[in-house]
Design a protein around this ligand. Structure first.
Ligand code: ZN
Length: 60
């Protein structure tokens, strides 16, 4: 199931909308920022009724 998430880029500070697939459960993945193209580490945590997306710069 795809959900829309809003994140704030740890590099450029822009608020960017992205799609996350919460049906796969907890995930950690790297995706380039759509604004500044630097690699952001996304940590997606999925619970029974809630999900939460956190972002980090790659070297954190
Ligand atoms: Zn950025």
């Amino acid at each position: 199931m795809l959900e829309t998430a809003l994140y704030e880029c740890p590099y450029c500070g822009e608020a960017v909308e992205t799609s996350v697939d919460i049906s796969g459960g907890d995930q950690t993945y790297i995706e380039d920022c759509q604004v500044c193209c630097r690699p952001i580490k996304f940590v997606l945590q999925v619970d029974a009724e809630e999900w939460h997306l956190e972002v980090f710069s790659e070297n954190e």
